[in-house]
Write a protein that binds this ligand. Structure first.
Ligand code: GUE
Length: 373
């Protein structure tokens, strides 16, 4: 992991909240990032320029030994102390596992899972996401069905398509790409999806069941499910730990907090009205950041050794990049990777897991509907 000598996390002012952020996290840039310069790292800044350079020999050896003996292939040693949780690699493993299961089901009962995606309007980012989902489906053997409606389509038209897919036995999952055009009421539309086919887990009944003791939803929303999977697969213990979720959106923050609670963590939610977010976050053994503010979480917010899952995908201007921007998370990676025990990068962290979980949810749905074990 290369890191520059000067932290760029103080340049939050250059972050732009593009519409794609709003899809995952409705607009809530509400924290004032901590003022002043970056907090002091625990090692001299110069040391950050090369891998493991100025560490005392004993610590360096211990770190290398830990990396070498790590049973978890999805992690490598950062140039500082945090292990990098490689979401791209874990997502690939999950897609392979899903592919094997789909082949087994097809052989045994001749059924392939079907996923229907409804896209309204012609937003470039949504079109890209839908295209990526379709490719991911093709690669594992899920049959995908796509409906594209014009921006000015009526709510009724969308609901009519949902009803058709609800009744179609070859469709096991239905996803309405968000955000919907402004004139539509999300709630009416998400309510129309059959809870047994709601692979996004956005139906109020599924979210309600997630919140209740002793009940389970048919589906858990893909992004928070991906966060939990990354924690599990990198050996992070959750039971009895303090977890902080930053952000309280319906799609990520709230379900992530519910999942951590179900896994027996003690959970706090930090949001725009929280006093001293930094102080509360610093108590956490596990941090899930899902607020949509570039580099909000600085090194000083983090308890040494904490596990950090960074859900943010924030475009920041970068003339040096071919696209003119690059993606950064809600966590200042440079600073955090020197303090945390484990951290997900952006890109290559939670993003790829979202799609892997969608495939997994679609497979689970087909298995449940066809009573295939
Ligand atoms: N009904 C619905 N369900 C969704 O799950 C949903 C949605 N609507 N609307 C839009 C958001 C956004 N979303 C992402 C999926 C994958 C990456 C992803 O794979 N990102 C990569 C690449 C990023 C890049 O380079 O552009 C990464 O982080 O490494 C990101 C974001 C799903 N969403």
């Amino acid at each position: 992991m290369a890191s520059s000598i000067l932290s760029d996390c103080s340049s939050c002012a250059t972050s732009r909240l593009l519409p794609l952020r709003r899809a995952l996290h409705p607009p809530t840039p509400r924290f004032r990032p901590s003022p002043g310069p970056a907090p002091l790292p625990r090692r001299p800044l110069l040391a950050a320029a090369t891998p493991l350079p100025l560490l005392p020999r004993a610590r360096r050896m211990a770190a290398l030994a830990a990396a070498a003996s790590s049973a978890d292939p999805a992690t490598v040693l950062a140039d500082a102390s945090a292990k990098i949780i490689d979401g791209k690699l874990v997502a690939k493993q999950i897609r392979e596992e899903v592919g094997v299961e789909i082949a087994r089901m097809k052989d045994a009962i001749g059924v392939v899972p079907g996923l229907a995606v409804i896209l309204v309007g012609s937003r470039k980012d949504s079109q890209t996401y839908v295209r990526n989902k379709k490719r991911a489906c093709d690669a594992v053997g899920i049959k995908s069905y796509e409906v594209n409606l014009p921006e000015d389509a009526s709510e009724y038209e969308v609901i009519k398509h949902i009803a058709t897919f609800n009744d179609d036995p070859s469709v096991h999952g239905i996803l309405v790409q968000l955000p919907l055009p402004r004139h539509m009421n999300d709630e009416n539309i998400l309510n129309a999806v059959s809870i047994e086919k709601d692979v996004d887990g956005f139906h109020p009944v599924n979210i309600g069941r997630l919140a209740m003791q002793g009940r389970d939803p048919f589906f858990v929303p893909c992004t928070p499910k991906g966060c939990m999977e990354l924690l599990h697969r990198s050996g992070v213990e959750i039971k009895g730990k303090r977890a902080v979720v930053i952000g309280r959106s319906n799609i990520v923050g709230t379900p992530a907090a519910l999942l951590l609670q179900k896994a027996n963590a003690t959970v706090s939610i930090v949001h725009s009205k929280t006093k001293n977010p930094e102080e509360i976050t610093r108590q956490a053994d596990i941090i899930i950041a899902a607020v949509g503010v570039a580099n909000l979480v600085r090194g000083s917010w983090i308890k040494p050794g904490a596990a950090i899952i960074d859900v943010g995908i924030n475009p920041v201007d970068d003339p040096a990049s071919p696209r003119g921007y690059r993606l950064v998370g809600d966590v200042c990676f440079e600073e955090a990777s020197k303090v945390a025990g484990a951290i997900t990068p952006v890109p290559g962290g939670v993003g790829p897991m979202t799609i892997a979980m969608l495939l997994s949810n679609t497979l689970d749905s087909a298995k449940r509907i066809h009573k295939f074990k």
